[in-house]
Design a protein around this ligand. Structure first.
Ligand code: FAD
Length: 409
């Protein structure tokens, strides 16, 4: 009997998805080539240096759900460097009123206790009362609306949706909840709703299930360390990496082709990220916790979200040693980004800065998710935005590709 040779693989796209798949396949002894269009690996997970501090230029945290990223980080030797953000939490800048802390018990802004005082402060008593009706609406309504926005509107009303959930979702995903499927935004939410009978109870149950009560975690030194370690493993397992090669057509590539990026530019929108390193001792008190999510129409503010990175991550605060790091995201880039980012930050944080030490601008493209064409499609366009879902899907896809039947006919 002759042994069937194991298939070779070519992975297109060297973002986190492509790196995870290439590593898994190579660890199983397969011959793997990874082709990347740009001159570096990592895609949206990237490091840059601002004000002399090494920072994440894209993703800076990961959802704890499923434990996928923590498991990968641990495999890569970074387990001891997984950190939780400061417990202070983020704030919301509503359209008209003053900034308020985000409700303590919430998921993507959906309140777990609609009549809690922090919910009433954020949306007003009338909207909170409407949201409370969720507890008496039969859960069948959830089946009619497949977007997160549709679900929240039908169960808790437009007030909670527009004043609370939309700013949070837009800050995280750069889309309105009406454009986001429930299962992508909050896996398990529909099942929990069916089980517990109300959206608020579903939120409470999912929050209780999060490890250590934190929905996100980070890595001391930045999540870009995942990429550094993944690259080291690709070298160790003999993956051939071709940088600066944009694949237009997968035909003719060696072996089984894994698409870790769509070959044609997908639909989507761009986001501009402004990073400021500032001297402002008043920020030591973290006046808006870990940052601020901004509702549309909030008095002259053009940013969609601000992360006070040195308040969110203790390791970064130590490293910055005095100055503060702020990240602001923009859907529409203003003409003078640095000046607008400074003005927005000062308004949102209620603090005048002594000076801006350094500034950086990065532009990213955020694709609209589509359905996978085949089992060998991985990454953001098929798994949705976010490292947790992407790492989980890429790992599962690699395991499926390694099953004995694949590539032997
Ligand atoms: C500003 C910003 C902040 C974010 N923050 C977070 C966060 O805090 N937490 C979180 O979980 N997620 C965050 N995300 C989302 C997360 O970073 C992405 O979902 C994830 O990194 C996407 O990984 P990917 O490998 O699927 O795609 P990408 O990172 O886009 O990688 C795709 C790669 O394929 C290459 N490529 C494209 N076309 C071709 C071709 N034809 N041939 C060869 N190569 C090609 C690209 O150059 C790129 O390197 C953020 C995203 C942005 C933009």
């Amino acid at each position: 009997m002759t042994a069937v040779p194991a298939a070779n693989f070519t992975v297109i796209g060297g973002g986190i998805a492509g790196l995870v798949v290439a590593r898994r396949l190579a660890m199983a002894g397969r011959t793997v080539t990874l082709i990347e269009a740009s001159d570096r690996l990592g895609g949206t997970v990237m490091r840059h240096t601002v004000g002399g501090i090494d920072l994440d230029a894209g993703a800076e945290s990961f959802a704890t759900r499923g434990g996928t990223v923590a498991a990968l980080a641990t495999e890569l030797g970074l387990g001891n460097d997984i950190v939780s953000p400061a417990a202070a939490g983020a704030w919301l800048q509503p359209a008209a009123e003053a900034a308020v802390p985000l409700p303590a018990t919430s998921l993507l802004g959906i309140p777990g206790v609609p009549m809690a005082s922090d919910v009433i402060a954020a949306v007003g008593a009338r909207s909170a009362l409407r949201a409370q009706l969720d507890s008496v609406i039969p859960h069948l309504l959830a089946r009619q609306s497949l977007t997160l926005g549709g679900l929240v509107r039908s169960r808790m009303g437009a007030g909670v949706l527009e004043k609370l959930v939309a700013p949070v979702v837009q800050g995280v995903y750069s889309v309105h909840p009406d454009e986001l499927s429930i299962d992508r935004a909050a896996p398990g939410l529909r099942a929990a709703l069916a089980l517990h009978g109300s959206l608020a109870a579903a939120v409470r149950s999912l929050r209780a299930a999060s490890p250590a009560g934190s929905a996100v975690q980070g890595i001391r030194g930045g999540v870009n360390r995942l990429v550094i370690e993944l690259i080291a493993d690709l070298e160790a397992y003999g993956v051939t990496v071709e940088l600066g090669r944009r694949v237009a057509d997968a035909d003719g590539l060696d072996g089984i082709v894994v698409r870790a990026t769509p070959l044609e530019k997908p639909a989507g929108r761009s986001t501009v990220l402004a990073t400021l390193v500032v001297a402002a001792p008043e920020l030591d008190a973290a006046p808006r916790g870990t940052g601020v999510l901004v509702a549309y129409g909030a008095g002259g503010i053009r940013a969609r979200a601000l992360t006070h990175a040195t308040a969110k991550w203790a390791w970064l605060r130590e490293r910055a040693n005095g100055p503060h790091v702020l990240r602001l995201s923009y859907e529409v880039e203003p003409d003078d980004l640095e000046a607008v980012a400074r003005a927005d930050s000062e308004a949102l944080l209620g603090v005048r800065f002594d000076r801006v030490i350094d500034f950086a601008r990065v532009q990213w493209f955020r694709p609209t998710p589509t359905k996978p064409g085949s089992a060998a499609d991985v990454g953001e366009t098929v798994a949705g935005s976010g490292l947790a879902g992407i790492v989980g899907q890429a790992t599962a896809a690699a395991e499926a590709l390694l099953r004995p039947s694949v590539g032997k006919d």
